[in-house]
Ligand binder design. Structure first.
Ligand SMILES: Nc1ncnc2c1ncn2[C@@H]1O[C@H](COP(=O)(O)OP(=O)(O)OP(=O)(O)O)[C@@H](O)[C@H]1O
Ligand SMILES: [Mg+2]
Length: 141
């Protein structure tokens, strides 16, 4: 557990680099909960992760789809965005639970509604806006 990690990013590019570093040693099974307001840079982090995993498709904000799935060489990257989802039920909830316990790599934006479903090995990262181009990235737990 490393709660004192704190990084300042001065550009979207630096945040993408940070996203790359998060999955550098990923073996599969990692879960990253990304916490931060609208436009903080959560999706930029996922973009970086996708680049590091060799994914060529462009990572976008999943506006209509809650779950985006990108195939990498020997791993799958899941990008889940629960913006405005208050309660998760039924088959979608089961599907997400399955992803969280899989051997794949999973990033979740707006994880509030599934907080109780997040496994104990989840890494919680908070990204906050300092100024137009500056972001503070902190590991919460
Ligand atoms: N240092 C920085 N790091 C990340 N993004 C930055 C930075 N400086 C400026 N930006 C801009 O902030 C925006 C971040 O957008 P992004 O979609 O990643 O946010 P988000 O946290 O995913 O928001 P949402 O909750 O709406 O999905 C982009 O337009 C990006 O260019
Ligand atoms: Mg986003």
């Amino acid at each position: 557990m490393n709660s004192e990690v704190s990084i300042i990013s001065r550009s979207p590019k630096e945040t993408i680099e940070f996203g790359k570093s998060l999955v550098q040693d990923a073996r599969g099974g990692e879960v990253f909960a990304l916490i931060g307001e609208l436009g903080a840079g959560k999706t930029q982090i996922v973009k970086g992760a996708a680049i590091a995993l060799g994914i060529e498709a462009e990572v976008t904000s999943p506006t209509f789809n809650i779950v985006h799935c990108y195939e990498a060489k020997n791993k799958t990257l899941y990008h889940i965005d629960l913006y405005r989802i208050e309660k998760l039920e039924g088959s979608l909830r089961l599907y997400i639970e399955e992803i969280l316990h899989s051997k794949e790599i999973c990033f979740i934006e707006w994880p509030g509604s599934i907080e109780q479903l997040l496994p104990p090995w989840t890494q919680y990262w908070q990204i906050s806006i300092i100024s137009e181009n500056e972001r503070k990235i902190i590991r919460l737990r």
